[in-house]
Design a protein around this ligand. Structure first.
Ligand code: NAP
Length: 245
């Protein structure tokens, strides 16, 4: 079974590792090519956009793909929407791997934001020292918050405008709770901004915020796509693929 995994997440690498050692599968993982030094999955890898829905559809047909697994990040909404249209167009099934969302614990102070721009409005009106952990693509939404200081953490430096007062830290997870607490304490952080990515890889910042009683501005996920079989774990995807054999 030829499986195209749309990747860019730790689960997509776990899935590729599992499929690559099983001779019943022929796996190719697709990466967008955004990160300069990505962690490469096992098995075959291709890098770069497909050229929209039609490009992806053509790629699926030309490469005799049997099943597409959308294992992209929950905030990669365009790629997911493209997969939801291209897979049926190419006549192949789509399995969508979505890790569960994070939810607040009792006592947590979460402020819900619908977008990065909404999160920027919240922090600008109420906070002074922000730990910004949303990746690099939407940091520009905070550039207008001139009265606020930001600790901006991303893997690669953001392009485009940055907040007037900031420090940039280049780092890649996973992070542990002790180091997240030390970071927040050292920089006198009074709010954490996060996307609701879910998963264990970057959850330590939420535990650190809880322990330090630092509020969290949590950016909600984009609406999920309608098409495809939903799976919540790599194990679920694997079972769904085996069931189709
Ligand atoms: P996006 O906005 O949904 O996608 C924009 C375009 O990038 C897509 O239309 C597609 O180009 C290309 N693309 C995205 N993912 C691709 C993939 N896996 N393989 C080939 N092309 C891909 O995506 P994004 O938010 O920029 O994220 C890019 C990648 O980073 C994703 O693979 C995602 O899993 C990963 N990631 C994203 C976030 C996040 O917060 N957004 C966080 C961690 C990791 P074409 O239309 O030309 O095919």
């Amino acid at each position: 079974m030829k499986v195209l995994v749309l990747g860019g997440t730790s689960e997509s690498r776990t899935l590729a590792r599992r499929l690559a050692v099983d001779t019943r599968f022929d796996v190719v993982t697709s990466l967008a090519g955004r990160t300069s030094d990505p962690r490469l999955p096992d098995g075959e890898v291709r890098v770069g956009g497909f050229g929209g829905v039609d490009g992806l559809c053509t790629w699926i047909v030309d490469n005799a793909v049997d099943v597409v697994v959308d294992a992209t990040h929950p905030f990669a909404a365009t790629m997911s929407a493209n997969a939801a249209r291209a897979a049926p167009k190419a006549g192949v099934p789509l399995v969508v791997l979505r890790r569960p969302e994070w939810t607040p614990d009792i006592g947590d102070r979460w402020l819900h934001a619908s977008s990065a721009a909404d999160a920027a409005r919240i922090v600008e009106s109420s906070f002074e020292r922000v730990f910004l952990t949303i990746g690099r693509q939407e940091v520009g939404a905070f550039a207008g918050a001139t009265g606020t200081w930001f600790l901006v953490r991303c893997i690669d430096p953001p392009e485009g405008p940055l907040p007037a007062h900031h420090e940039l830290v280049s780092a890649r997870g996973p992070f542990d709770v002790a180091s997240e607490m030390a970071t927040m304490h050292r920089h006198r952080i009074d709010v954490l901004v996060s996307k609701n990515s879910g998963g264990a890889m970057t959850e330590a910042k939420l535990i650190a915020a809880r322990r330090l009683e630092v509020p969290v501005v949590m950016i909600s996920r984009p609406a999920p796509t309608e098409h495809g079989v939903l799976a919540h774990s790599v194990e679920d995807v694997w079972r769904s693929l085996v069931d189709r054999m």
